[in-house]
Design a protein around this ligand. Structure first.
Ligand code: TRP
Length: 371
């Protein structure tokens, strides 16, 4: 068994929100604090963000610091975790280039995440069957290959991400197997680590829509103030059939209860709402009827605040010294490059392209010509 190496990353296209938090950040901090790993890497995937923001580099540039601040605010600790910037690791491009030989166009076309994203971003042609239209940039189409390089360059064993990343991990494992079977055992197969419960795997927006997204204006950001969050929680989507207090409430699609599923612990009831022992009791009352949405929202607000308040406070502290946050990123990047360089040496020798560091090759060629 390979030693445990944890790795994950985020695209810097906006500030991180509570969907990122329950989907992955919370788990990362837990993994960091449990210890027992050889290395842990968390990186800002700016090169990947450029695959669909190549025409808006300023957006990516402005969000490097936002993501770094969110990391530190959540409790990622640069003395335990190497935090780095993807584009500053040229070895990633090198490894991706060789991985391109190991993946067919047909296989990429079957990647469900890529398919959905192409449609979402309007890269595809019109119509269901024309997903891979002429407007699709090669860089975007092949980003699963570059993501496989992100993971394998650091020999990651453990990748904590949201469920939407599953196809990426599956494709990475295929690439590792193919690489190792052709060139010999070199790279490590990664395993995905998903969030604990279903609510955390895909937290809906405050409007109840399937995903939090900046363009829909339905996100609660990690760094936002208690006042901003208050407004959002109070206007959250609940149950349109729950009109009168006595009406039975429905949990399905009810964003307030989905958030409670993701955030609430029994201890929160003891602290903020001792009328109930746990979430099941609250749900029972709500579905029976006689419990208003506003009460549930107020409770949710307290629960969220108890988790987010320390994060906001830490973010404020780090915001006071931006240059040292950049210095932290630069140091992390230099450290990550050491690992990257080591793996690339192994890759080059496995692939038989280590011409100048391989004395045996020179001797062998010399012998051939001295016969
Ligand atoms: N695709 C991921 C996202 O959109 C970000 C990412 C890039 C990533 N490379 C990675 C995550 C490697 C984990 C491992 O969130």
């Amino acid at each position: 068994m390979a030693e445990k190496v944890i790795l994950t990353g985020d695209r810097p296209t906006g500030r991180l929100h509570i969907g990122h938090y329950v989907g992955s950040l919370r788990r990362r901090v837990q993994l960091q604090n449990e210890g027992g790993y050889k290395d842990m890497f968390v990186f800002i995937a700016d090169a990947q963000a450029l695959t669909d923001n190549f025409d808006n580099p300023e957006k990516v540039r402005q969000n490097i610091i936002e993501v770094a601040l969110d990391y530190l605010a959540c409790g990622l600790d640069p003395s335990k975790v190497t935090i780095f910037v993807q584009s500053a690791i040229p070895e990633l491009a090198e490894l991706s280039f060789y991985f391109m030989n190991l993946v067919t166009v047909a296989r990429l076309q079957r990647n469900p995440t890529v398919k959905t994203e192409i449609k979402m971003r309007g890269f595809g042609a019109e119509g269901e069957d024309a997903v891979f239209g002429s407007g699709l940039p090669v860089g975007f189409f092949t980003y699963p290959i570059s993501q496989a390089a992100d993971i394998t360059l650091f020999k990651a064993t453990t990748v904590p991400v949201g469920a939407d990343q599953k196809p990426m991990l599956e494709q990475t494992v295929e690439i590792v197997r193919k690489f190792n079977s052709i060139y010999g055992d070199t790279l490590v197969e990664p395993e995905i680590v998903l969030p604990e419960n279903a609510a955390s795997q895909r937290l809906p927006g405050t409007d109840g829509k399937a995903k939090m997204s900046k363009s829909l204006g339905n996100c609660i950001y990690l760094g936002e103030s208690a006042e901003e969050m208050h407004k959002k929680v109070m206007s959250m989507y609940t149950d349109p059939l729950h009109v009168n207090l006595s009406d039975p409430g429905h949990l399905e699609g009810n964003a307030v209860f989905t958030y409670l599923d993701a955030f609430c612990k029994d201890g929160h009831f003891a602290e903020f709402w001792p009328d109930y022992a746990n979430l099941d009791e609250l749900k029972d009352h709500y579905t029976r009827g006689g419990l208003g949405d506003v009460k549930c929202k107020k409770f949710l607000e307290k629960v969220l605040n108890s988790e987010l308040e320390p994060i906001r406070a830490r973010r404020k502290e780090f915001e006071k010294d931006i240059p040292s946050v950049f210095a932290m990123l630069q140091e992390g990047t230099a450290k990550a490059r050491e690992t990257a360089a080591r793996t690339m040496d192994e890759v080059r020798s496995a692939m038989r392209i280590n011409y100048f560091s391989d004395k045996a090759l020179i001797e062998e060629q010399a012998r051939k010509y001295s016969l």
